[in-house]
Ligand binder design. Structure first.
Ligand SMILES: Cc1ncc(COP(=O)(O)O)c(C=O)c1O
Length: 436
């Protein structure tokens, strides 16, 4: 039976997580389906950042490293984040960017894997992994005379051969929203003596993750997506305790030193995860990230990540069903898996090459622009222009902390109108901007 707007309103009224929406400063007239790119500002963030600037920095100045506990903020936030990703206490730090943290953990993973077996000269990853992951790995391979091997998802197991040092994967694919089975893949890699590095950019705060349960080796992820830490928010790094004290990470700055205020000329790494810090931390940004993490702490009493996952799947199921019911006949396809176990918290629609204006391109970019003009914010990811397996993608992220079922209904209704009216064909929606 078809779903109605009233059904969606009823589901919102029955939603046990509904109150969490009040933690966010959602702009009026906007349906925000881009929390997988930049999360919405928690209401607490503006006041918290203002307090850090005016009181902690403005009045208390340098004393705040001690009096406002600035100094251990990366570790404290790491501990607050840990339950969301199945990490233990003192196993996570919030610091630096995802790319930089990947450089640190991938270097350490290579050191460990190659100390045990120097003949291992390969890093394996997925061809459609997020480019920064591939670029960082490529750079490390150049530096060390190693080889980066890129495969399709169905080729991963066969690529786990005895010459591979590290398998580096993103848990939820940024283009398709497809989610790997972390425990099974990690076990398959370990059976071949290969270490696993997991990028949780589209997983942390989006789906339940169990790094320790999966026996993973290293992990990193973003603070500004589902964790709602603000643009360019500090990222995080996790290292399994069995590896944490084995090697220096390559950016051996003074904040990773065992005694930074001893100011010795030689480097002695701090024990455990603290050695994954590098230099002086961005306290204002860390304070904003804390506001994002505080919402997850508040969600604990409402069922935590398990309840958020149930709602996320209900939202993405609803979106898929409504698009298929109400937007049929406009050349849309589904790039995201239907199976719950293989789906993150986003839905990606495809559009064929040649379906755009005058048979040029797919029109996917223009459709997204027309939706944005109506206040429905998703984004576009370019395909390979019909040359391979990747089509242009209309990408919609679903953050269960602040989205409701009526939002999904309204978003699909806008999409239906944009497609049926053909308004996406207007010239203004077909001009590309620097950031898509
Ligand atoms: C899988 C993945 N890794 C990393 C990043 C970004 O890294 P950084 O925050 O260093 O720009 C993204 C950004 O979208 C991503 O999707």
């Amino acid at each position: 039976m078809s779903i109605t707007l009233q059904d969606c309103r009823t589901r919102d009224a029955q939603d046990p997580l509904r109150a969490l929406r009040d933690h966010f400063a959602l702009p009026a007239g906007v349906i925000y389906l881009d929390g997988n790119s930049l999360g919405v500002a928690p209401k607490a963030a503006a006041a918290r950042v203002a307090d850090v600037v005016t009181r902690e920095w403005g009045s208390d100045l340098i004393k705040s490293w001690n009096t406002a506990s600035w100094f251990d903020l990366p570790q404290r936030l790491g501990n607050q984040l840990a339950p969301l990703i199945g990490a233990g206490k003192d196993e996570v730090v919030c610091t630096d960017s995802t790319s930089i943290n990947l450089y640190k953990v991938l270097s350490a993973a290579l050191n460990i894997a190659r100390e045990d077996s120097p003949a291992r000269k390969r890093i394996v990853s997925e061809r459609s992994n997020f480019p920064t992951d591939l670029y960082i790995a490529e750079g490390l391979c150049k530096e060390r005379g190693l080889e980066l091997v890129l495969v399709e998802p169905e080729e991963i197991t066969a690529a786990l051969t005895s010459d591979v040092a590290v398998l580096m994967l993103t848990h939820v694919n940024y283009r398709t929203g497809a989610m790997h089975d972390m425990a099974t893949i990690t076990a398959a890699a370990h059976a071949q003596g290969i270490l696993c590095v997991w990028d949780l950019a589209h997983s942390a705060g989006a789906v339940p993750v169990d790094l320790n349960g999966a026996g993973a080796d290293f992990s990193i992820g973003c603070g500004y997506k589902y964790l709602n830490g603000g643009p360019g928010a500090p990222a995080f790094a996790w290292v399994h305790p069995r590896h944490a004290s084995r090697f220096w990470q390559p950016l051996s700055g003074w904040w990773g030193h065992a005694a930074p205020f001893a100011f010795t000329p030689d480097y002695q790494p701090a024990p455990g995860i603290t050695r994954y810090l590098c230099g002086t931390q961005p306290i204002i940004s860390l304070s904003a990230l804390q506001c994002g993490l505080d919402v997850f702490t508040a969600a604990q009493s409402l069922g935590g990540m398990a309840a958020l996952r149930t709602k996320s799947l209900a939202l993405t199921d609803l979106f898929i069903q409504l698009v298929e019911e109400r937007c049929a006949g406009h050349g849309l396809g589904l790039a995201t898996p239907r199976e719950h176990a293989q789906r993150g918290s986003q839905v990606c629609l495809t559009r064929d090459e040649g379906a755009g204006v005058n048979g040029q391109g797919s029109g996917a970019y223009a459709i997204v622009q027309a939706l944005i003009a109506r206040g429905v914010i998703g984004d576009f990811r370019k395909g390979d222009g019909g040359t391979g397996r990747h089509k242009d993608i209309l990408r919609f992220g679903f953050t269960p902390l602040y989205l409701g079922f009526e939002d999904v209904w309204n978003a699909v209704e806008h999409l239906r109108q944009v497609l049926e009216s053909g308004e996406w064909q207007k010239a203004e929606f077909n001009q590309t901007h620097a950031v898509t």
